[in-house]
Ligand binder design. Sequence first.
Ligand code: FES
Length: 153
Amino acid sequence: MATDTQKLDKLIEKYAAKKGILIPLLQDIQNLEGYLSRESMKYVAEKMKMREAEIYGVATFYSMFRLKPLAKHIIRVCKGTACHVSGANNISTAIRNVLDLTDGEDQSADGLFTFIEVACLGCCSLAPVIMIDDKTYGKLTSEKVTQIVKSYY
Ligand code: FES
C-alpha cells in the first residue's frame, strides 16, 4: 500500500509540539494503514526531525506494532485467564501447526493468515475461544480448531 502523506501530515500535525507523542502517533498510523510501513516511518522521521533508527527502534520494541501488512484472514487466539485455564496454549499450538509457523512467525508463508494472541475476547463462557476475522469459535479442542482453520483454505 502506498503511503498517503496527506493523511500522515494530519496525524503529525495532531501531535505537533506535544511531548512523548511517538507511540500514540505510531498507533494512529498503524490504525490508518493496518501496519507500520518502512515508508511511513521514514516520512515521520523526516517530518519530525528524528532519526529513522529511533522510530524503527520503538516500532520493533513494542509488540503492538506490526511491520508487515495483515494477511487475508486474522486469527485471534484468546489468552485471557478463562481461555488459558481451558487449554488456550494447545489451541495456539494446533493453529500454528496448521499454518506451519515457526517460533516468532505470525504470518503464514502463503500470506493467507495472520496469527495474533490477544487478551479476553469477552465470551469467557465459551473458553477456549478464537476469532477468525469477525467470526467467533468457542469450546474448542485441538482437533476442532484444526478443522476450522483448514476450512479457510
Ligand atoms: S478469557 Fe477468553 S474470552 Fe474471556
